[in-house]
Write a protein that binds this ligand. Sequence first.
Ligand code: FMN
Length: 375
Amino acid sequence: MFRTAICDLFEIEYPILLAGMGSASTPELAAAVSNAGGLGVIGCAGAGPKQLREWIQRTRALTDKPFGVDTLLPASVRRGTNLKAPSNGPLPQDLVPELQSFASGFLAEQGIPEASAGQVWPEPDGPGLFTKEFFEAQMDIIIEEKVPVYASGLGSPAQWMDRLRENGTKVLCVVGTVRHANQVVPVGIDAVVAQGHDGGGHNSPIGTMALIPQVVDAVGDKVPVIGAGGISDGRGIAASMMLGASGVWIGSAFLASEEAGILDGQKQAIVEATEEGTTVSRSVTGKPARMIKSKWTKLWEESENEPLTMPFQGQISRPALVSANLAGRSQDVNPGFAGQGIGMIKAVRPAAEIMAELVEGADRVLRERMAALIG
Ligand SMILES: Cc1cc2nc3c(=O)[nH]c(=O)nc-3n(C[C@H](O)[C@H](O)[C@H](O)COP(=O)(O)O)c2cc1C
């Protein structure tokens, strides 16, 4: 069975990491991946301090193997970043009421009752979401809990590196360009994830196949590079290894698992989708993210209304998408983020089964293709 530098680095059997997907990568899913020999990473981007601690402790109760915690960091989620307000036009925040009624009109047309404010905006667990205090509170918990691996989904962990190091926590950063890799590697991280355009969620403008070798060329002599984006079976893993990656960070292939923290309608949307089933849209967070095509993405594609920038678009999308979920309409209105590999996913299965197939598939493809190609 193939092993790489990251197996020793993270003390795992196979160089396969579960991507930290906010709220979808649950303790149950991460533990199943770690127990099967990979590295399970819990997706804690939106988790306040109480939930974050609870998820870390729950993961520890479910596995005695190493695991990781993924959050987002401030450099990339600054409030009001990329506000390109035209000098004579309205500010994004001024457009919120108008676009909220646009979204309400959509819900009425779809026959979806509007969720109450309490359902849409539950009591915050600690500081307000994505404020400076929120990130600090999250990092305090991660450091107090001495987690084995910390993954920064966006932004640089520079200011926390000394404390993470003291605990022996291994640190990795997700990047979408060579430029980002060159910025975070000197901070002293242990590995970098190169996530390409094919991947689910907020993503890079560069395709995975082109991004991995270029990140390897830039920083591969300093840290191992882990490939991500559209890698959904053993062939994708084998290809990433050929491009110079020392491992893979896989999201969507684990979304259609029994343990993933998404709704059944969302799992069904993945199983039914083809390779054409995703689009890159700003309609959910205000930043371009790859998601499954839906009535919500179509509404914005066909409308003259532009989604607002982050964080204002969330004030429009959240009430609508929570309402759709509560009305049992996640599959056609809010199927969620996913990568272009979802056409390969045919059923909802236990994560251990998905993991076993990834390992077996990568091993077989590496051996058979190499033998067929070069004898
Ligand atoms: C549903 C979903 C939620 C995601 N949430 C996060 C997140 O909170 N933090 C993060 O670093 N990346 C997030 N991502 C990106 C993944 O970590 C990963 O890079 C991506 O899933 C890889 O591409 P793939 O889905 O094609 O495997 C998310 C992806 C998906 C599909």
